[in-house]
Design a protein around this ligand. Sequence first.
Ligand code: ZN
Length: 69
Amino acid sequence: MQCMRCSRELDEFDIGCHLKLIHRGATAFLCRECIAKDIGWTREEMDRAIRRFQEQGCRLFPPLREAEP
Ligand SMILES: [Zn+2]
């Protein structure tokens, strides 16, 4: 699946961000670059938010691996 705006190949984080931040019932997705631009976040803020969602156990994102700090 590709970003509906820039055609970048999407990964599970892009899709998780779209479902979490844009629209829970989405069937077409933006990559997290495009989402960050839309909501006025930097990529760094986006990465931090993703990390926070993972720490909260949000099931829209892959679980944090125990080996990671
Ligand atoms: Zn995009």
